[in-house]
Design a protein around this ligand. Structure first.
Ligand SMILES: *Cc1c(COP(=O)(O)O)cnc(C)c1O
Length: 427
């Protein structure tokens, strides 16, 4: 239950903001609750409007790998802001940022900074279409790539189906060139390429899915995407907005040892400010204006405040951080698995690095059909019991939880104890 002050704010908010929130999943509707309004964050903790303390496993949905209000990030932002927040003219900071990204992600030879992950995927696909001169794109069921019209398509389960929009307000035509395939299904992938590969502009994929809950790629799945795209003259795009610098410093492409043609980044790489990236092979990125014919622009793109925050974060992504993240994430996974076994609940935990989901169904969860078979009502009950125990878990079965460098082993152990109690309480 949210506190009284949060409830009062929610009532005010609902009058002037649709659903009282500026992004739908914040509304807690998927867990049948009401949102906690946040007054401040500090390291691994959030404080509500009423000053109730929570251990945060959402981390603003991914960006906060160093936790809230890391002193180096606060200093970088403050310093930059004092020199001017935006110029609409290039700065040295942007060059440093771009150089840093190409160093961390060797597949990215050139890049553009934009202000959100949505913008990054939208632009990457426009560039891929401009580069190939083709229209068809493929996405995978259950993968989220932002809210551009032609990406708001999930389509039915099973074989490849032609896109039908997921949202009102999306013209059928806008999604008509979008085909969806089931995640982790290599035969379906091969079938698509033999039938329509010659018309494909780009295939976009979350290399570890976070947006149906955490679903890792099966061995060979990502390699096959990149390989078949190459063979058919199409562009492979890894949407690493969530996984970038999360599952490894250089994202899932570093972890899997695969080089996609293009990559989208955001969240962590944006340092907790509105900053995202699309980039990739030089010959593809040279199609972007003013070098080439594909138009893309942005008033606040690469502004000094956002780029300074990003550099402060990127400079702190060292081996020690990832070792700590792995240790506490593994402990969290095993603790949750033990609690599940003790409770007799039919649930499973899936994890890649410091992103993890507790699914209320037996594992493994390999695709959207599996994920969608989860008991969301039980998840909702469990979520409320966790919240009552000071644990701020993502308010949806279909989202990944994150830990940060600011979480301690003690934070994790408290969360495990709470999770066990919550499982018992919601039976
Ligand atoms: C969050 C996310 C996006 C969208 O990014 P925004 O900054 O919210 O627009 C796109 N792709 C993936 C994989 C994401 O997790």
């Amino acid at each position: 239950m949210a506190d009284a002050k949060s409830e009062a704010l929610f009532e005010r908010a609902a009058k002037v903001i649709p659903g009282g929130v500026n992004s739908p999943v914040r509304a807690f509707r998927a867990v049948g609750g009401k949102p906690v309004f946040v007054s401040r964050g500090e390291g691994a903790y959030l404080y509500s409007a009423n000053n109730t303390k929570y251990t945060d496993f959402v981390g603003s949905w991914g960006p906060l790998i160093l936790g809230h209000a890391h002193p180096a990030v606060v200093e970088a932002v403050t310093k930059a802001a004092a020199h001017g927040t935006t110029f609409g003219a290039p700065t040295e900071l942007e060059v440093q940022f771009a150089e840093k990204i190409t160093e961390l992600y060797p597949s990215i030879e050139m890049l553009r900074a934009v202000s959100s992950g949505t913008e990054a995927t939208m632009a990457a696909l426009r560039v891929a279409r401009g580069f190939t001169g083709r229209d068809v794109i493929v996405k995978f069921e259950g993968c989220y790539h932002g809210h551009a019209d032609f990406l708001l398509v999930k389509a039915g389960s099973g074989a490849a189906t032609l896109g039908v929009p997921d949202s009102a307000g999306v013209p059928t035509g806008a999604a008509g060139n979008t085909t969806t395939l089931p995640y982790n299904d290599i035969p379906a992938l091969r079938d698509f390429f033999s039938a329509r590969g010659h018309r494909l502009a780009a295939m976009i994929v979350e290399p570890v899915v976070g947006n149906m809950g955490c679903v890792p790629p099966e061995p060979g799945f990502l390699d096959e995407i990149v390989l078949l795209c190459k063979k058919h003259g199409a562009v492979s795009i890894f949407d690493e907005v969530m996984t970038g610098s999360r599952v490894a410093r250089g994202g899932m492409q570093e972890r899997a040892g695969i080089k996609p043609d293009m990559t989208c980044l955001g969240k962590i790489v944006g340092g907790g400010l509105p900053l995202a990236v699309y980039g990739g092979r030089r010959d593809i990125m040279e199609k972007v204006a003013p070098l080439g014919p594909v138009y893309q622009a942005g008033t606040l793109s690469g502004n000094p405040v956002a780029v300074s925050a990003a550099l402060a974060v990127l400079d702190r992504l060292d081996e020690k951080l990832y070792a700590h993240l792995e240790a506490i994430s593994a402990r969290l996974q095993h603790g949750l698995e033990e609690a599940i076994a003790k409770s007799g609940e039919g649930a499973c935990v899936q994890r890649v690095g410091s992103m993890l989901t507790l699914f209320f169904r037996k594992g493994p969860v390999k695709n959207w059909t599996d994920a969608n078979g989860s008991d969301t009502a039980r998840f909702g009950k469990w979520h409320a019991e966790m919240l009552a125990r000071g644990q701020y878990w993502p308010p949806s079965q279909f989202e990944a939880a994150f830990v940060s460098g600011a979480h301690s082993m003690e934070d994790i152990d408290r969360a495990i104890t709470a999770a066990g109690e919550a499982l018992a309480a919601c039976r």
